[in-house]
Design a protein around this ligand. Structure first.
Ligand SMILES: NC(=O)c1ccc[n+]([C@@H]2O[C@H](COP(=O)([O-])OP(=O)(O)OC[C@H]3O[C@@H](n4cnc5c(N)ncnc54)[C@H](O)[C@@H]3O)[C@@H](O)[C@H]2O)c1
Ligand SMILES: O=C(O)C(=O)C[C@@H](O)[C@H](O)[C@H](O)COP(=O)(O)O
Ligand SMILES: [Zn+2]
Length: 360
């Protein structure tokens, strides 16, 4: 195994490493050091546990290790399943120096991280992300939480992990649709703040679709570097971090409208980014040619670019009013001035939003 790449999320005493490399699951000597106490609770799901739980448990020999295997899917990212994890910590008699390990995609990571934030008002947790989306986005930055039927991630906490262990070998078992969903969040980093990276993605779209290992490793590292920088500058989303929500006001509304079952998160974000780009053009804030470039890249990466059949503009608009970025009942959208230049825009009219939704 070659030496992994290390990036750091710099947050003073709560700074932590992100290790990226092939075969890291079996390099437990490296990541086990992040665990301070005796009690370890691994949270995974019915798909990931049979694939990788043994490897992780093997690295924890000598500790008191318990695992919770949740049902698979976004519809299970609920308070009820968070409660299952908390009950398991209680049964384990986990102390304040216990560590929760999130082994899985973003659903497991968000939920397990939130349980760690709640147990005894906050214990350590370690992210071992096994989807591309979780490796490039959700495992980094400490946004944890669960959904309510009313909306995405409406209950949660900022709680940073102790370390992020990205074993790129785990992507080998990831279904193609899930892999492509992760690429949407990769595109987001280029779209919001790095036109050079966007151009690199355009040039490497075929390699990424073919899962060329060098291209995938580069995309993961550049994404994590971008996210780590934003989180270090604005951990709690008082400003710049909101730009990471490009496409998400529309995207979360789409996910909620479908009951968290129809579109994957990255697919909803892909459609949402395009809607945000088109809305920016319609408002005269950005060149329409940049929306077309975004659409072409998303299509090259085989991501959806149109609303699912049966989508209702009024329902989506209503759901957008529960977005966490809104203030005093007013929408705050992330729009752009063009490639690499996202911005927070507070005063977009419902009429303009309806128009972009009805044309999609
Ligand atoms: N906290 C954040 O900053 C943040 C950022 C982006 C997304 N999210 C959240 O992340 C979630 C989406 O994450 P996701 O796309 O990873 O979805 P997911 O966790 O549902 O995983 C996708 C699917 O892949 C399976 N899977 C996971 N790893 C696998 C592997 N190696 N091999 C085979 N199958 C595997 C899962 O069981 C699931 O069926 C959403 O809830 C979203 O809101 C959070
Ligand atoms: O880390 C962030 O900040 C993000 O916004 C990353 C998003 O990709 C992610 O989907 C996040 O969970 C959305 O956060 P939310 O605050 O809109 O729920
Ligand atoms: Zn996202």
């Amino acid at each position: 195994m070659s030496e992994p790449r290390q990036l750091d999320v710099v947050l003073g005493e709560r700074s932590y490493p992100i290790w990226i490399g092939a075969g890291l699951l079996s390099d437990s000597a490296r990541w086990r050091r992040a665990i301070r106490g005796r009690h370890v609770l691994i949270v995974s799901n019915t798909i990931v546990a049979p694939l990788y739980l043994d490897a992780v448990r093997h690295g924890l020999a000598g500790l008191d290790v318990v695992s919770v295997v949740l049902p698979d899917g976004e519809q299970h990212k609920t308070l009820a399943h968070c409660s299952v994890v908390l009950d398991a910590l209680a049964q384990q008699k986990a102390n304040r120096d216990a560590c929760v390990i999130a082994l899985g995609g973003g659903v497991v990571g968000d939920l397990a991280g939130f349980a760690a934030a709640c147990w005894m008002r906050g214990i350590d947790f370690l992210q071992i992300p096994t989807t591309l989306l979780a490796q490039v986005d959700s495992s980094v930055g400490g946004k944890t939480g669960v959904n309510l039927p009313a909306g995405k991630n409406l209950v949660g906490a900022f709680h940073q992990p102790r370390a992020v262990v990205i074993d790129t070998d785990t992507l080998r078992s990831l279904p193609a649709r899930e892999y492509r969903s992760g690429l949407a969040e990769v595109v987001k980093y280029g779209a919001i703040g790095d036109a050079d990276f966007f151009a690199w993605l355009e040039q490497h779209a075929a390699a990424l679709i073919a899962r060329d290992s060098a291209a995938v490793a580069e995309a993961i590292a550049r994404s994590c570097l971008h996210k780590a920088g934003v989180v270090a500058r604005d951990e709690r989303e008082d400003g710049e971090r909101a730009l990471l929500n490009f496409g998400h006001t529309f995207g979360h509304a789409l996910e909620t409208a479908s009951g968290y079952g129809q579109l994957l998160h990255g697919e909803a974000v892909a459609i949402g980014m395009l809607l945000a780009a088109r809305l920016s053009a319609q408002l005269g804030r950005a060149p329409a040619a940049d929306s077309e470039r975004l659409q072409a890249l998303l299509q090259a990466l085989r991501l959806p670019v149109a609303l699912p059949p049966g989508s209702n503009a009024e329902t989506l608009l209503r759901l957008m009013y529960l977005d966490k970025k809104n203030l005093s009942g007013q929408l705050r959208l992330i729009l752009w001035r063009g490639l690499g230049q996202a911005e927070i825009v507070p005063d977009v009219s419902d009429v303009a939003i309806r128009q972009v939704l009805q044309q999609a």
